[in-house]
Write a protein that binds this ligand. Structure first.
Ligand code: T46
Length: 183
């Protein structure tokens, strides 16, 4: 597994060599041993899947507050996404900065995010599917969200937003006194 750190501490792009033969191909998508340094003792406890029909749809940006803060591994199974991570850790040198990575079924990449980061994406194709590995259980009472068009983040989404859930349209904007979350 090739691990390429992002300049957001604890975030990394994961790439694996897909092994082809006359039958087709095989790839390892996750290995707790190879990712031990990034996982830091966390274990995957929930696996989720989302399907998004329309190109240009935005989901997120979501995170969970401690003690349900979670690491995530996100992989695209079909289609493609402009995947975004926002660092919400006040102690981080990249506090309130965002980075994006294109994930697609074709590039076979995954993104690993540390606790204390928000995640969202915009689909770059129709019929896009994402697979999520989570290291904390879904805890609605501890879920937080950022508005996709928050001026304090100024995320450069590549396409006009096609579809957002009512909830995602109503996340609160970051206030000047936002102190971040410390996982
Ligand atoms: C996350 C989650 C959601 N749900 C239920 C709650 C809603 O009734 C329905 C859809 O949830 P939501 O609108 O939060 O789905 P997305 O907008 O795709 O959110 C996800 O996509 C963003 C980009 C992420 O990074 C999160 O992992 C995840 O929140 O599934 C569950 O039952 N279990 C779960 O673990």
């Amino acid at each position: 597994m090739r691990i390429t750190p992002l300049d957001i501490p604890g975030a990394a792009i994961l790439e694996t060599d897909r092994r082809g033969d006359e039958r087709g191909s095989f790839a390892r998508w996750f290995c707790a041993d190879e990712l031990a340094a990034l996982l830091g003792g966390s274990h995957v406890c929930q696996v989720n899947h989302s399907f998004t029909q329309e190109q240009g749809s935005i989901r997120g940006l979501h995170f969970q507050y401690p003690p349900a803060a979670e690491k995530k591994v996100i992989r695209c199974l079909s289609g493609a996404v402009f995947d975004v991570v926002v660092d919400l850790r006040a102690s981080s040198p990249t506090f309130l900065q965002w980075r994006s990575v294109e994930l697609s079924a074709k590039n076979d990449r995954a993104l690993l995010l540390p606790e204390g980061c928000a995640h969202g994406f915009q689909t770059l194709a129709e019929a896009t599917q994402l697979l999520y590995l989570h290291t904390a259980l879904y805890t609605p009472s501890l879920e937080g969200g950022l508005r996709y068009n928050d001026p304090r983040l100024n995320i450069a989404w590549p396409l006009p937003p096609a579809q957002l859930s009512a909830r995602d349209q109503q996340h609160p904007l970051l206030t000047e006194d936002f102190r971040g979350i410390e996982p």
